[in-house]
Design a protein around this ligand. Structure first.
Ligand SMILES: [Fe+2]
Length: 275
């Protein structure tokens, strides 16, 4: 298919000024032509999170094929938990089920970027609603481009040179302990835009700073990320699928819902984030 025809076929409809787009014209069994792959990946980096309605009854194999449009799949998401191992034994790997993984206990309902204690955190993630809540229980994303761009140039200059230690001290549920150092501000390789890379679940402290300076700056940034102007919220319906570029966004679940909450997650491999 010619590039021009692809551009007409795929439509990105912005969800909020800062973040998110609903995507039309892409099917669950989409053929991965280079033009489609390029359009989707560029859209992902630009909008931060993409929403698709793929219809009811999306099977795991179909979701995995769809996920390949966005990059190389990670066999298992980095952190193993007792729960994940039990699920893998039952053959339901990747299922995030609130009956077994309470949102509060697993820090799911707190703003974060996945896997930042790793040297190579995930690049993207894909969630499909298998059994969405009857009411509530949505997911929110925040643009870290917007969070960075909203700061004064004085604050941007301060953060630009800083490094942050990420670790697992606030996540006792994970089996393995991990620590990595990443820049406080990273640059997206596709858009060239800078993004704030500090999150309230895994970022532990700024390097080359006193503990009280680091704590004060962390507290300020954790609050800053909560600004609703940077956010988009999604209500899950059967087959609703969200794909997000991990490194330029944060996300959190809304821990108020009725009924079940089962979402299936697939992770796309990433590399070391750089400034
Ligand atoms: Fe997460």
């Amino acid at each position: 298919m010619a590039a021009a025809a692809t551009l007409t076929k795929i439509r990105f409809e912005k969800a909020t000024p800062a973040i998110g787009a609903r995507v039309q014209g892409v099917a669950l069994d989409e053929t991965a032509t280079p033009e489609i792959v390029q359009a989707l990946r560029e859209g992902l980096h630009e909008h931060g999170v993409l929403f698709f309605e793929l219809g009811e009854g999306v099977e795991e194999a179909q979701q995995r094929n769809f996920a390949r449009l966005f990059g190389e799949l990670e066999p298992v998401y980095g952190f193993s938990t007792e729960q994940q191992e039990a699920q893998a034994k039952r053959g339901s790997g990747g299922l995030i089920d609130a009956d077994f993984q309470p949102l509060k206990e697993y820090r799911t309902a707190q703003w974060h970027t996945d896997g930042t204690p790793f040297e190579r955190p995930p690049q993207a993630a894909i969630l499909t609603a298998v059994e969405p809540p009857e009411l509530g229980g949505g997911t929110m994303w925040a643009s870290m481009y917007a969070a960075y761009e909203d700061l004064s140039s004085h604050f941007q200059n301060l953060l630009d040179g800083l490094q942050v230690l990420h670790g697992t001290m606030r996540t006792p549920f994970v089996r393995e302990r991990a620590q990595s150092i990443h820049p406080a501000v990273i640059r997206d390789p596709v858009t060239g835009r800078k993004a704030l890379y500090v999150n309230s679940v895994y970022s532990e402290r700024f390097l080359d700073m006193s503990e009280s300076e680091s704590d004060a700056l962390m507290r300020f940034l954790f609050e800053h990320v909560k600004s609703p102007e940077f956010h988009v919220a999604l209500t899950w319906r059967p087959g609703t699928t969200a794909v997000w570029e991990e490194r330029v966004t944060q996300h959190r679940a809304i821990d108020a819902f009725t009924g079940k909450r089962k979402l299936r997650r697939i992770t796309i491999k990433g590399d070391k984030p750089s400034a």
